[in-house]
Write a protein that binds this ligand. Structure first.
Ligand SMILES: [Zn+2]
Ligand SMILES: [Zn+2]
Ligand SMILES: [Zn+2]
Ligand SMILES: [Zn+2]
Length: 428
């Protein structure tokens, strides 16, 4: 009989490592709903293969996206064509006007120009950009050292950073092994998430939750899950994906237990959650929200509404468990972040915000003050024990992020609260 309480060695999640040595192979079908979920400039956009760098076929119009051969380039042609033309026109215009530099002394200048580029394209294109197209601009290939765009090679381990011919030595000193491993894991997580079938693992996890394990943090929870279901405790790539999906609902659970407002749940037989996405959301991750019904047993109906402009509402099919015919899901693509915050102000309902780093969190707090035009502070700011363990590359810092790392809670946006409780260790 195995205990459901984690009493193994006190492993530090920071030591978690990619269980593979290189980039995994994508085994699924070559359909837009899969390959268009993410972008990496150093792999074939369609089959996600890493191939010898010199042999990768770059689109000769926009010079941003690459394929392994003409065949895979043609598969993507109809989806890429419109944006490709606009990019080409814009580059010609900016070069003529001498508005883009060949290289940049400061990362900040390079980021500013990438953002300007993205904004220009957004203005010109007659449709919404897909999340992977947004990523195209932020992850335009450039040398890690000088940010130049000529004569580039990619790191042959992580395929997530590049260097120019002049900086191959400096690159070796700058791009350390730790970051390289995290970037590789990040790419692997993205590839592993290109599937319609994550639900089996989520099902198993939900069955495990019903045994009422202690909820300490994402890491120990998944370790306990592995402990109860497998012979070995090493995480597979799928476990990192799982930690990412579970992080959303577990963060809500954590936030509710940390605010002294359990009434949010008690008094409501219908539990409505609006998830506001500022960027993309993986359709597969939606299945994980059923977790909340297995944590809050008194809730009659859980209604999840996804609000945001970065979601692709492709056919959502998910078999929920027999006990949970109480789960409803809807998408609302229209409102903007501004409209949503204004709407929350008029209702007595808490707002939970998460951010991958302190800087972005503080930035959001500032934005909320501007939108509501009052000096409002959050009631709580804390490190989130239920953040994701899947790393992702931060294109503004060339470092790594974990989503939902920090949690900011406003109990009621209609009141002005001056005292913000910061949990110890927040700034560590
Ligand atoms: Zn390919
Ligand atoms: Zn192109
Ligand atoms: Zn360089
Ligand atoms: Zn690397």
């Amino acid at each position: 009989m195995q205990s459901l309480f984690w009493h193994g060695p006190n492993l530090n999640p920071i030591d978690d490592e990619d269980p593979t040595t290189g980039v995994i192979k994508y085994e699924g079908e070559y359909l837009p709903k899969y390959y268009n979920q993410f972008f990496n400039p150093n792999i074939c956009h369609v089959c996600k293969s890493v191939i010898d760098h010199g042999k990768l076929l770059q689109c000769e119009e926009c010079h941003i996206i690459s394929y392994c051969d003409e065949n895979h380039k043609n598969i993507h042609h109809t989806q890429h064509n419109s944006i490709c033309k606009l990019i080409k026109e814009l580059v010609v215009k900016l070069v003529n006007e001498k508005k883009i530099s060949k290289s940049y002394a400061f990362l900040g200048d390079w980021i500013r120009d990438k953002k300007m580029f993205k904004t220009e394209i957004k203005r010109k294109i007659s449709r919404k950009l897909m999340p992977y197209e947004n990523q195209m601009f932020m992850s335009i290939k450039s040398c890690l050292i000088c940010h130049g765009r000529v004569g580039l090679s990619a790191c042959e381990n992580c395929y997530s950073v590049n260097y120019c011919t002049r900086h191959s030595l400096a690159f070796k000193d700058t791009h350390d092994k730790f970051i390289c491993k995290k970037f590789t894991l990040s790419l692997n997580v993205n590839i592993a998430a290109l599937t319609d079938r994550p639900t089996e693992l989520i099902r198993d996890f939900i069955a495990f939750l019903d045994k009422k394990p202690r909820l300490l943090d994402t890491f120990r929870l998944i370790m306990t899950f592995l402990w109860s279901s497998r012979t070995q405790l090493n995480w597979s790539i799928a476990d990192y994906v799982l930690s990412d999906y579970l992080s959303g609902p577990l963060t809500i659970y954590y936030g509710i237990t940390r605010t002294d407002s359990p009434h949010i749940i008690d008094k409501q037989s219908n539990f409505n959650i609006h998830i506001i996405c500022t960027n993309s959301i993986n359709n597969n991750s939606l299945a994980a929200w059923e977790v909340l019904l297995h944590l809050f047993h008194d809730v009659d109906t859980l209604v999840i509404t996804i609000i945001g402009q970065g979601i692709i509402p492709n056919e959502y099919k998910y078999e929920i468990c027999e006990l949970c015919k109480r789960f409803q899901l809807s998408l609302n693509l229209k409102p903007t972040w501004f409209q949503t915050v204004k709407a929350i102000e008029t209702q007595y309902c808490p707002l939970f915000l998460t951010s991958p780093n302190l800087f972005k969190g503080q930035d959001t707090i500032r934005k909320i003050r501007i939108i509501l035009n009052k000096n409002i502070n959050p009631d709580l700011e804390l490190k989130n024990e239920f953040h994701s363990h899947a790393p992702s590359k931060d294109y503004e810092t060339d470092y790594i992020n974990y989503s939902n790392k920090y949690l900011i809670i406003y109990k009621d946006l209609s009141k002005v609260n001056n005292i913000c409780k910061r949990y110890p260790g927040y700034y560590k």
